[in-house]
Design a protein around this ligand. Structure first.
Ligand code: ZN
Length: 385
């Protein structure tokens, strides 16, 4: 029997609002051959995990950001062999659904797909012997709140202790979140290649160590990317993207920093959505009030904000000098959650637009990417000196 743990996450996850559940699209029903089918309709795709626990036998569904308000749990299970459903908050930003099982059952299938109305989750349980149920049950060994990247904690600690200037290179998207996809080019793949090329260049610089937040086509939640950055003691965080827009006139590279008014809103969202201990290295925010947590993050940002902007400006100048095809407004600000860390400077580079044929052609070649990569490493070399 398999113990099935699924952890998925929403694309871009730029601090989404509370996710709702649609009772009309949600049901727990009996399937053929003693199966139990759980169908839940959400208004967007979210991270979730599913597993079973023994004594008493129950199915656990954990969701990020889902608000179960408006869901009548009695109606949900009426007419199925499930005994009862309970829902409630699990931890900040996460909620849990517990379905009591009358008989031993194991997870045969679990998956979330996007639909017009948002996302549909389907979980199918099949009958099993009590022993098989017990063997398949148990909380995941690691709750997986910020896992997925297989970064060795000891390696991370050694990097953090080093005197080196540590650059965390963050290729956006990956896995179930492919990012933009145009003309046969997938953003997740492109930024992974570019991130790898950049990492090699940066590691050639004396006194600089570069770390990738992902090294393959896997999904890494945003919180995990920032956690990696914190664990290695990031001096700079560079997120790489190449998005697409409906209108194809958008073209050329641009460099984003967190918008001045974005700090507070982003901090608030992050406070609401993530574990406090994860927000600011070295400061225990677990017990802090939201206001206090936000204020502490503002304080840290007073230093890292200007550093981010200085780097972004130097980078734009360097890109221009390298002959990178630039956006008409290359120095931009935005409310990206990827830029929300308060304790290290961060920039988000939009390397170009995959929706623009010329940008796409440039980014698809090593020479095209090399100009951007050189511009970034030249700027880091200046900064790290
Ligand atoms: Zn992107």
């Amino acid at each position: 029997m398999i113990r099935l743990v699924v952890l998925l996450i929403c694309l871009a996850s730029h601090g989404a609002a509370q996710v709702g559940i649609d009772p009309a699209r949600s049901v727990v029903r009996d399937g053929w051959w003693g199966k139990l089918v759980i169908e839940l309709g959400l208004n967007q795709i979210v991270p979730y995990r599913v597993f079973t626990l023994d004594e008493p036998r129950r199915l656990i569904l954990d969701f990020e950001g889902v608000d179960f308000a408006g869901l009548d749990t009695d109606v949900l299970v009426s007419g199925s062999r499930a005994q009862a459903v309970r829902v409630g908050p699990l931890r900040p930003g996460w909620s849990r659904m517990v379905i009591d099982l009358a008989t031993p059952m194991v997870i045969a299938e679990a998956g979330m797909v996007t639909v017009d109305q948002g996302a549909d989750l389907t979980v199918v349980l099949t009958r099993a012997s009590p022993d098989a149920f017990a063997a398949a049950s148990g909380a995941p060994p690691d709750p997986g709140w910020e896992v997925v990247t297989g970064f060795d904690p000891q390696v991370a600690a050694a990097i953090a202790r080093s005197e080196d200037f540590v650059v965390v290179v963050d290729p956006g998207h990956g896995g179930i979140d492919p990012g933009a996809h145009q003309g046969g080019v997938k953003e997740a793949d492109l930024v992974l290649i570019m991130g790898s090329e950049l990492t090699v260049q940066l590691n050639d610089l004396a006194g600089v160590q570069a770390v990738l937040t992902r090294e393959s086509d896997v999904f890494v939640p945003l919180s995990a990317r920032l956690t990696v950055a914190r664990k290695v003691g990031a001096d700079l965080f560079i997120s790489l993207h190449a998005d697409a827009l409906e209108v194809d006139e958008a073209q050329g590279a641009s460099v984003y920093t967190l918008s001045a008014d974005g700090g507070e809103a982003a901090a608030q969202r992050i406070v609401e959505r993530h574990e406090r201990g994860d927000l600011l290295a070295g400061v225990d925010l677990e017990a802090a009030e939201d206001r206090v947590a936000t204020a502490l993050m503002d304080l840290a940002r007073a230093e890292t904000g200007p550093a981010s902007r200085r780097f972004a400006e130097a980078l734009v100048a360097s890109m221009v000098a390298e002959g990178v095809r630039m956006n008409s407004n290359p120095r931009r600000e935005g409310q990206f959650a990827a830029l929300s860390a308060a304790d290290f400077p961060s920039v988000l580079i939009e390397a170009g637009f995959l929706s623009n044929a010329e940008d796409r052609a440039i980014l698809a070649t090593a020479q095209g990417r090399a100009r951007i990569v050189r511009a970034i490493s030249d700027t880091v070399a200046l900064l790290a000196r």
